[in-house]
Design a protein around this ligand. Structure first.
Ligand SMILES: Cc1cc2nc3c(=O)[nH]c(=O)nc-3n(C[C@H](O)[C@H](O)[C@H](O)COP(=O)(O)OP(=O)(O)OC[C@H]3O[C@@H](n4cnc5c(N)ncnc54)[C@H](O)[C@@H]3O)c2cc1C
Length: 438
């Protein structure tokens, strides 16, 4: 209930941030010659601009504001609401021209003033953000380069939109209205200063050290980190954090990883990382003693947020990491509730945490169903991909009471979500963690 109220509060804050400036502009004298389409065009432009401004707050990772939803949901919201903002910004000049075809002449480069150029520049920057975000992978833009350009283009798009509004002056001619847009612009500058300067400076004062680098099965490594001269932080089992290794927290080279260790020991964090790309492939070469910076914890994927008489976990590949955190925590707490783990992997030989899971099975009330893609010849367990049939055969009783946690590749998550729902687990009790935020 508290979480629901908090979520409702933050949704109301979002709507207020987007709509209040719009209504404020209607106060006082209005410009002559306005008709419905004209006004709608302007309203879309203003709404698109405030939505752009709110994006700065959405992506600033304010822990209190994101906690009710989970930062991953906030990023998805950011992604989809950006499309809405872009649509508004595109419709703004289109409607303007449609309502009065003569207006098209104003867009001739020979007569266009700076106030129109800035609007066009803002729309182009926004278009570039959309194209590079929606098609980053097919365009083969490296994540790190994309991130820097994404931030720069966002600042450019908003700054030019504000210049455009100030220059055109419709509905915003009076000093207090100009002041309103100035406040919106300055608050975004404040967010950028917080994210790029204040927060990294605070992180500098709370360094971590790599104390162990452990090779696991399946081209996977576990980094063990300890806080240096500070008390670490409390987290919920299953949450994740952004990790920066070797570079300073100002470098914008951080990567999100689930915390794989027990939440009962905040003085030791473990990240289990699969070799995949530029950064993760070098994890095995990280030296003990390397300095690290951690921004976290984030996320809502945790048993501690969902009390239940028993839990079902579904893991594919390195998706086992947040689930290990939950199992290790339950083990340290001496929890006796029934647990079930469906764990899909390619081979038995490469199955990460194989030995530890067998030990945990002995201490917890834990049933494990392994599903191997490429099983050894004497394998008697489940084979192939995880399917609904496998859930139907093994899923424990009391399904309407269970809370289920799924983490792995997207196709596996989709199958598991559908299967568990078909097998009688209420949708609201099925929780998934995607390792792909962008
Ligand atoms: C909430 C969450 C928890 C995660 N937990 C784990 C975990 O416990 N273990 C694990 O092995 N992996 C985890 N990942 C995935 C991990 O973050 C990426 O595999 C890693 O960042 C890839 O970096 P790379 O340079 O090696 O690969 P690249 O080849 O550069 O990137 C591969 C893909 O990973 C994503 N990616 C790359 N860099 C980043 C970044 N800085 N931030 C966000 N996404 C990025 C992009 O989609 C990119 O296309 C998690 C991801 C998320 C979102």
């Amino acid at each position: 209930m508290i979480l629901f109220c908090r979520a409702a509060f933050w949704i109301a804050v979002y709507l207020a941030l987007v709509l209040v400036p719009l209504f404020a502009l209607l106060i006082g004298p209005r410009p002559a010659g306005s008709g419905f389409w004209w006004d709608l065009s302007l309203a879309l432009g203003f709404a698109g601009t405030t939505m752009m401004a709110v994006m700065f707050f959405l992506t600033a990772r304010f822990q209190r504001a994101t906690a009710p939803f989970g930062i991953d949901l906030v990023y998805y919201f950011h992604r989809w609401i950006s499309l809405g903002a872009a649509l508004f910004v595109v419709l703004h000049p289109v409607l303007f021209v449609v309502q009065d075809s003569y207006a098209l002449h104003m867009f001739h480069p020979a007569v266009m003033g700076w106030e129109l150029w800035s609007g066009v520049g803002s729309a182009l920057a926004l278009a570039a953000i959309m194209v590079t975000s929606l098609w980053r992978k097919p365009l083969r833009i490296h994540y790190d380069a994309w991130r820097v350009w994404h931030a720069l283009l966002a600042v450019i798009a908003l700054a030019l939109a504000l210049v455009h509004i100030a220059g055109i002056g419709y509905y915003s001619g009076e000093p207090w209205k100009k002041g309103l847009w100035l406040v919106i612009g300055l608050s975004c500058v404040a967010v950028v200063v917080y994210v790029r300067l204040i927060k990294p400076t605070a992180m500098l004062k709370r360094p971590w050290r790599v104390t162990e680098v452990i090779e696991e099965r399946g081209s996977t490594w576990t980094l063990v980190l300890r806080p240096e001269h500070h008390a670490g932080f409390l987290f919920l089992p299953g949450q994740f954090a952004w990790l920066t290794l070797e570079r300073s927290p100002f470098a914008m080279k951080e990567h999100p990883f689930s915390i794989a260790s027990s939440a009962e020991n905040p003085l030791e964090l473990r990240f289990t990382i699969k070799e995949l790309g530029d950064f993760t492939r070098r994890i095995g070469q990280i030296k003990r003693g390397t300095k690290a910076w951690i921004d976290g914890p984030y996320g809502t994927f945790s048993i501690d947020r969902m009390q239940a008489p028993g839990y079902v976990f579904v893991a594919g590949g390195v998706g086992i990491a947040p689930i290990m955190s939950m199992l290790r925590t339950l083990d340290e707490r001496g929890d006796k509730r029934p647990l079930q783990l469906f764990y899909a992997y390619h081979t038995w030989e490469r199955l990460t945490f194989r030995e530890e899971l067998e030990e945990l099975r002995g201490r917890l009330d834990l049933d494990i169903v392994y599903v191997l893609n490429d099983p050894p010849s004497d394998w008697e367990g489940e084979t192939g991909y995880l399917t609904e049939d496998i859930f139907a055969r093994h899923l424990c009783a009391g399904r309407s009471q269970l809370e289920c946690f799924i983490c792995g590749p997207t196709p596996m998550i989709e199958v598991a979500e559908k299967s568990l729902a078909h097998q009688g687990v209420p949708r609201g009790q099925i929780h998934s963690e995607l390792f792909d935020l962008v």
